[in-house]
Ligand binder design. Structure first.
Ligand code: IVH
Length: 696
């Protein structure tokens, strides 16, 4: 999309504009848009950002300011025009220019060999060229561009008609709002693709839901199709959807044919060159079916390493003229076939439902099923989240159920197979009393979760301690779940402070506790006293306060007791803190028992002070991390490091995914090799580094 010269030019312009903030003149408005489009492309299509997020935000705000001052200069494809305010009242039904067909499926090598034979017979040739690419597991869409501008985005619907979701499509930042199809002699074009949510964003989204005790979205595919139908475009934007475009179903003809569209691979390249996220890098071309089969199997073995979900591969005849000759059935094209990966679903029998008490007293029903292997793991327990899920899925004890486990997503029950019932099934009884302490359960209005409100409930106490010592919280190594339960049963652990008063003399006598493991545990407990404040805040298990919120909170105070003096309004002003979260924090710090707990922990030696209120680093490189390797020519290592730090950068000591820039001098060795394996690291020369710090 951008060649080396353009990239260089736009990066230079970026830094010129960044220096001119906030006085960028109006004549730079188009340049500013080019720069923003370029960085959207680097970030959302290539996944290789060249500036810090906050720098992008500053440039974006500058453009908003300029456009506010001169509304006449707003263009429909300006980066600011993705954002829409207000709600989509409805999604009108629209006709697709060409019906969106489905694909025929294959499941093994034999199926593919058969299909290849049929293609060769239909084509009347000995060997056919195929183009193979991933089958993206998302929601299909069609886009129409008119005169280079995105004119419409629609869902697949029934294949003939879909829903007009243009406003939501505009929130997907890897979809260009304009693209120069005119360079290819095309006035109108209809493109097909798939919208999906990367595994990373899917996980983050579910963590947010979990913090609110809401059931997670089942899988990235459902998350994507659900997201496209959200009425609030700003919420759609926050979901971070991605779009892969892989097919041109219609285009106007200028009379001067462009050869880019002679082959499927050419089509993918055209889309890529125009700034679309097409599977240009993933696709591969083969003569004959053998290579195709190998490639499909290789991809299947590596599917878990991809950043997004795929459920198979699609094999397409590469030559478009040949595609036309082969034609289609009413259901699918004859020139393409899907190779479906092994399902990560299985059926099993629902034997029982257990009710677990969480650290906040939430009662979670857990289905016990006959153990069944899914995607290489044996599944026997599946969370059902809450009572509503049981009702909605109409689950009964004794049912045959369909279970799915996609990638690193936790397993879940897709549905019960009602047709397989024989009359011996019986309903699931949700308890009225806590299964552990027998306190009457309580459900807040508008919530789906029943709770045990007895904070002394042994189950809750144990879960709170397990959470406190866990890896993401205080990270007390060697203090696994089993040890917490054992020490609790023995009366050694009664509450959180008792972690720091364990009677090691008595533990020494227990089976399985040698001198070595005791010393290790003692050391880990001692070390945890110095954990930064955000870990302690997270470890306390305040409702709705997840790891991210805990970090924001820790940054905004000097001492944990500061929260006790804050009003609800003050709390709500913090980033990421809404009414619900603020309420929860407020009540936590206005509860005498909790304040006593903190005092006790402080006396035991735990850190209550914030990690030196990070004076929010400023400068062009704020938040960016650097590492230098090899011999630099123009700078001493220490000078270079100081230059990066002067602009808010941070120097790391080793190569890891936390690193943003590896600056490579002469004779660079193993660090360079290691960095090459981590795609998110920018490997730059000394010259490029000097450009970056503005001293080139
Ligand atoms: S080609 C006429 N290519 O899979 C062309 N489809 O199960 C038909 N899909 O409806 C589509 N990745 O929504 C094609 N690389 C890919 C695909 C793909 C995912 C979807 C598409 C289709 C469904 C069929």
């Amino acid at each position: 999309m951008y060649n080396a010269n353009e990239t260089h030019h736009l990066q230079q312009l970026t830094h010129t504009l960044l220096k001119e903030l906030p006085t960028i003149p109006e004549k730079e408005i188009e340049g500013l848009r080019d720069v923003l489009r370029f960085h959207e492309y680097r970030y959302y299509v290539l996944d290789e950002p060249m500036i810090a997020d906050y720098e992008y935000d500053q440039l974006y705000k500058a453009l908003e300011r300029l456009e506010k001052d001169s509304p006449g200069r707003i263009t429909p494809d300006s980066p600011t025009q993705r954002v829409a305010r207000g709600l989509n009242p409805s999604f009108p039904t629209v006709d697709h220019l060409v019906p969106m067909l489905s694909l025929d499926n294959s499941y093994n090598a034999e199926d593919l060999i058969d299909w290849d034979r049929r293609v060769r017979e239909g084509a009347g040739i000995k060997e056919v060229e195929y183009c193979v690419e991933p089958k993206f597991d998302g929601a299909s869409i069609s886009l129409i561009y008119d005169d280079d501008l995105l004119a419409r985005g629609a869902t697949r619907g029934d294949g003939v008609q879909g829903d007009d979701i243009t406003t939501n499509i505009r929130q997907i930042r890897s979809v260009p709002l304009s693209a120069r199809f005119s360079d290819y002699g095309i006035q109108q074009i209809e493109i097909r693709g798939e919208v999906l949510l990367s595994k990373k964003h899917f996980k983050a989204f579910n963590e947010k839901l979990a913090e609110q005790n809401l059931p997670p979205l089942a899988n990235p595919r459902n998350a994507a199709s659900g997201s496209l139908r959200i009425k609030d475009p700003e919420e759609v934007r926050r979901r971070n959807l991605e779009a892969f475009l892989y097919h041109v179903s219609y285009h106007t003809d200028s009379g001067k044919p462009h050869h880019a569209l002679d082959t499927h691979a050419g089509t993918l390249k055209m889309l890529w060159d125009l700034g679309f996220r097409s599977p240009e890098k993933e696709k591969k071309i083969f003569r004959g079916i053998e290579g195709v089969i190998d490639y499909c199997l290789r991809f299947e073995a590596e599917r878990d390493d991809l950043p997004y979900e795929i459920d198979g591969m699609v094999i397409k005849v590469n030559d478009i003229a040949l595609q036309e000759k082969l034609g289609m059935t009413t259901h699918h094209p004859r020139w393409a076939i899907a190779f479906k990966f092994k399902a990560r679903q299985a059926t099993s029998k629902l034997r029982a439902v257990e009710f677990q008490v969480g650290r906040t007293g939430s009662i979670t029903p857990v289905a016990k099923i006959d153990p069944v292997p899914i995607g290489g793991v044996t599944v026997s327990s599946v969370s059902l989240f809450n009572e509503d899920v049981i009702r909605e899925k109409d689950l009964m004890i004794g049912d045959q159920v369909l279970v799915e486990r996609a990638g690193d997503v936790i397993p879940y029950i897709v549905k019960s197979i009602a047709e397989a019932r024989n009359g011996h099934e019986h309903p699931i009884q949700f308890p009225h009393k806590c299964p552990v302490c027998h306190t009457q359960l309580y459900k807040e209005e508008g919530e789906a979760v029943w709770r045990c409100v007895n904070i002394e409930c042994p189950a809750q106490v144990v879960e709170r301690i397990i959470h406190f010592v866990s890896k993401d919280a205080m990270d007390i190594n060697g203090f696994g779940e089993a040890n917490v339960r054992k020490f609790y049963e023995l009366g050694f652990l009664t509450d959180i402070p008792s972690i720091y008063r364990l009677p090691f003399d008595m533990i020494r006598g227990l089976e399985g506790f040698g001198e070595k493991s005791i010393t290790k545990l003692q050391e880990a407990i001692e070390k945890s006293k110095g954990q930064p404040l955000h870990r302690l805040i997270f470890a306390l298990g305040i409702r709705y306060v997840g790891e991210t919120t805990a970090k924001t909170l820790a940054q905004s105070v000097e001492n944990i007791y500061d929260f006790a003096g804050m009003s609800l309004e003050e709390l709500q002003q913090m980033e990421d803190v809404g009414v619900k979260v603020a309420n929860s924090i407020y009540h936590f710090f206005h509860n005498k028992g909790n304040l006593d707990l903190l005092k006790d922990l402080e006396e035991l030696g735990l850190t209550m002070k914030s990690e030196k209120k990070s004076s929010i680093a400023s400068g062009n490189l704020a938040g960016q991390t650097f590492l230098f390797t090899g011999t630099l020519n123009r700078l001493k290592r220490s000078e270079a490091e100081a230059m990066a730090e002067a602009q808010g950068g941070k120097i790391l000591s080793g190569v890891s995914s936390k690193l943003n820039y590896l600056v490579v001098g002469e004779d660079a060795g193993s660090k360079l090799e290691k960095a090459k394996k981590i795609p998110s690291i920018h490997i730059i020369t000394e010259e490029e580094f000097l450009d970056l710090v503005g001293n080139g």
